[in-house]
Structure formats: structure tokens, C-alpha cells
Design a protein around this ligand. Sequence first.
Ligand code: ATP
Length: 323
Amino acid sequence: INKIALLTSGGDAPGLNACIRAVVRASIFHNIKVVGIRRGYEGLIDGDFFEMDSATVSNIIQRGGTIQKSSRSPRFKTSDGRESAYQQLKKEGIDAVVLIGGDGSFAGSKAFTSTYNIPWIGIPKTIDNDLTGTDSAIGFDTATNTAMEAIDKIRDTAESHNRIFFVEVMGRDAGFIAYETGINVGAEAICIPETENDVQHLFTVLEKGWGRKKSSLIVVVGEGNEAGGAFKISNDVKEKFPQYDVTVCILGYIQRGGSPSCSDRVLASKLGVAAIHALLNGEKNIMVGEIKGDIVYTPLEIVTKRYLEIDLARIELINILST
Ligand code: ATP
């Protein structure tokens, strides 16, 4: 392997730059040239390439976003789009591709590698953390910390006015952010997309007059709940319990931005180096992840979306903490 191409694809997440830096530095360390691709699959199809060296990635480990830019690319979903991408890689003399992406990006990688023979290594990033093959994806820890800091501030105002606050966090139809944020802010209730009876449980809690015992109540709501988002659930509560002062806050895109946390910087650095080691070990068409502290290779073929497992221990933890 003499020359690799590196791209970031799909939704952005804090820690992408730390990972870019690690891939570039590990490549240079092992005498491999790195070509950066701008704008994800869009830039790959257009041949929007640039040379990367050690200086290109100086002073970026702490920055949110991605210096390479990202995109969603309808063209890469077509075989013509992927053929153009292949031609661009061939023209540039690329021996392997490293892609930092999420579930959709890996579906694209699978489609590409099933036709073309260029070794491909995926690195998992998604604030939603909804990928198999790694305990944590790059960006998840920072997003959860951002939600925690925001809700700590909301708690102050909720306390001052005896309010119920419904705070909606990201995660799409997976509840990882909602669950961990619910625990780390000491939420009185959590509505996670994976469980059906959270809203019913919330009603029971309010019927018992919990609101009278406490001066504020925080309910963390995952955005992908079947019962609806924070606005819908809060309206249901208002109808049933007009005595409570109810407020909604949607945290939204602040969860994607900002400087990556310590854990995300370390994870991004480890996985970036692991991707290059995987290539040097002759691996291809895999995703590198970290499970229980060990680097694990998962074939792209079987990388898939995952959901939060709702087991007895999790339910008990929530029940105990909200007593
Ligand atoms: P996140 O989940 O964090 O937003 P992601 O990487 O999953 O990030 P997506 O927008 O789902 O982001 O996917 C990124 C790109 O991957 C898409 O814009 C498209 O170009 C490509 N892609 C997704 N699914 C497929 C597919 N089935 N075949 C080919 N390409 C695909």
C-alpha cells in the first residue's frame, strides 16, 4: 500500500478532525501517501482531491466539524455514480480507501466494494451511536456531554419556576443519547424510542403527585419516539395534568458541534491508527471498532444499525435512580 484516499461522509460529528489527524499521521509514519477527498462521496465522484501531509492536520484535534467537509450524495447510490468514483480512484493511483462515516455511508461502502476491488476500511462516527461493531462511535460521547451541560442549565431555570421541562435530544430512532443523558442529568423520567411504555410510566408518575414532591421535573425525550417528540408528549401531559407548568426545549444541532470530549479524541485517535494498521495487516472491507477496550475488525458486510437493548438491568437502574 503506497497511497490511500481519506474521506468523511454523512452527518458530521465531533471528533472527525481528531480521526483525520490520526489517519494522516499513522500513514506518514508508515510511509504511505494520503490523498484527502473533499465533501464525502460527492467529492469522490467529482475527483475533488488534495494532498495531505502532517502540517495539513496540525492544530485540528480540538476542532468540531470536519476540515474535509462532508455530504449526503444521492449520486453515490447509483451504479453510474460509483463507477465514476472508481475511475477517479484509479486515475489518482489509490491503493486503498479509509472512510469515516455512519450507517448510510457504510451501506455505500458495501455497494462499492461488492463491485470494485479496492481495499476499504471504515471508521465509525455517529452521535447516535447506532452501529454494531463498536461500543462507542466517534461523536457520541461529546454529544451526550453537550446535552448534559445544556440540561444542567435548564435544571436551574426549572427549579426556579416549579416547572416540568421536556427536553428533546437527538439519536433518531435509537435511544443511546436519551438514555445516557437521562442518567447523567438525573432526569425524573426518560422516554426512549426502544420502549413503548415510557409515556404511560410518566403519566403514572405524575398521577402519584410526584410533581408536588419535587420542585422541578426533567423528562429527557429521544427524538424518534413513536409516541411523538417532546412537543407531542408535553401536549398530552398538559391535557391530562393542567395543574402543571410545562415547557419544551429541543436541543437540536448544538449536539453535533463543539470541541470533542477527551473520550472522543482518544477513540478517534486509536481508531484512525487502527485503520492504517488494519491495511498493513492485509485487511480489507472491514470497519475498525473498539469493544471492551480491544480493537475489533467487523466485515462491512455485517456492519449494521443497532438499537439500545432494554434489559432488566437497565430498567432497574432507571427505576432506582428515579425513586
Ligand atoms: P449519520 O448516520 O451519522 O448521519 P451516515 O454516514 O449514515 O451518517 P447517510 O446520509 O445515511 O449518513 O449516508 C451518507 C451517504 O452514503 C449517502 O448520502 C449516500 O451517498 C451513501 N449511501 C447511503 N446508503 C446507500 C446505499 N444503500 N447505497 C449506496 N450509497 C449509499
